[in-house]
Design a protein around this ligand. Sequence first.
Ligand code: GDP
Ligand code: MG
Length: 430
Amino acid sequence: MSDSSRTTLVDTLKRLDQHLDKLPGSLTGRVRKHLTELRTLLLEKRPARLALVGRRGSGKSSLINALFGEEVAAVGHETSQTGAAQWYTYESDLGALEILDTRGLQEGSNPAEDDTADSPEASIQAALSDTAPDVLLFLIKAQEVDAAINGDLEALSSIATRVKQMHGHRPPIVGVVTHCDLLEPQYVRLHQPEDEDSAELQEKQERVEAVQSHLTNKIDSYPALADAVVRTFGVALYQSWDAQGRRRADARWQVEALVEYLLTQLPDEAQVEFARLSRMQALQKLIANRLTQSTAMVCAGIAATPTPLADIAPITTAQVLLVMAIGYLGGRRMDLEAAREFLAAAGVNVGAGFVLREAARALVQVVPGFGQAVSASVAYAGTYAVGTAATSYFLRGQTDDLEAQFQEAFEEGRKAAPDDLTAHPNPESA
Ligand SMILES: Nc1nc2c(ncn2[C@@H]2O[C@H](COP(=O)(O)OP(=O)(O)O)[C@@H](O)[C@H]2O)c(=O)[nH]1
Ligand SMILES: [Mg+2]
């Protein structure tokens, strides 16, 4: 986010907050909750923080690349031999992930070049006291689930325990069984099921399920992990790129299910960035719906304030922010350019170098039922329509007939508007 977009966001949220001061007490709390949600999702947004526990070769770098769908981590060779645990930032144009590499803890206390006083234990402790991971991922090859992995599970439980001690909560634990594509029958391609013999495919899927539940049981048998939330996914992570960085193979399987689950385990602060970099439309829509819902509630709240409003500027300004945020989820930059593009697609042209105020004014022309002042139910429905149309435009790539979509979504929003808010009398507005 550019500095000016950030300033705009901070200012707008502050002004919305001030408007809500005038709302009757019974409604303030409820509407403010939505404003807080917007603030957390948009203003406090940050990359997800994932701690990875897994042996060399278990697929940690491949997992990072699988989440991005791009080659951001070097696969197949470990670089650092210092044995120190450290947070690393991986990034692409779409966003970033913060990854805690915990290798040192598992691979003994004799790193190759031990010229620091730090033991792996101490370095992990330091890394964890700085920053708590949102999720703790345990990676193991499907072929090694039966092997002696007690050392690895001990590392997992000591990290989970430390996070609890230092931050007061136990991070959710996600078991990731990698290399599932190499289970028997090896030649059956899990990622191209339509081309495979269904009996053989089923045999392979059953093997995946067996290793998954085996790992779940092993994790559960660890006393320190007994009360942790544990989910296990069998996946295939293999991708390959040529020297020009073009992907030449993609045999990923079940990564989307893993990503979808990870999103549910992340705090609000990390949701927008994670959905954006996942490239998964379904997840982006989920977040876009939350943003739309919350903005609609805030706008309805503002329209329901008993003081007469000179104009509907705060409402349309919030709607422009909503458009920008949904554009951002879809991979655009978080700036007015996205709003300009959307407005143009909806049939309203605003000149180059325009400011937020102009975009807000232009928006009045495309939102059904919008005039000088609006009732709470029109504010709700109009915002719902803006969010829905922006979702079609930015996340579904549906660029024509936005006008009809506005109208349709507006009617839908009318029905969805919460009664207690919209029934609130506001004599000054239509
Ligand atoms: N077939 C297959 N190969 C994988 C999978 N995950 C990782 N690999 C390969 O396993 C090797 C080690 O993976 P890497 O991500 O570097 O493991 P790390 O040491 O934990 O970072 C690489 O050659 C990867 O291409 C998988 O799910 N299936
Ligand atoms: Mg690696």
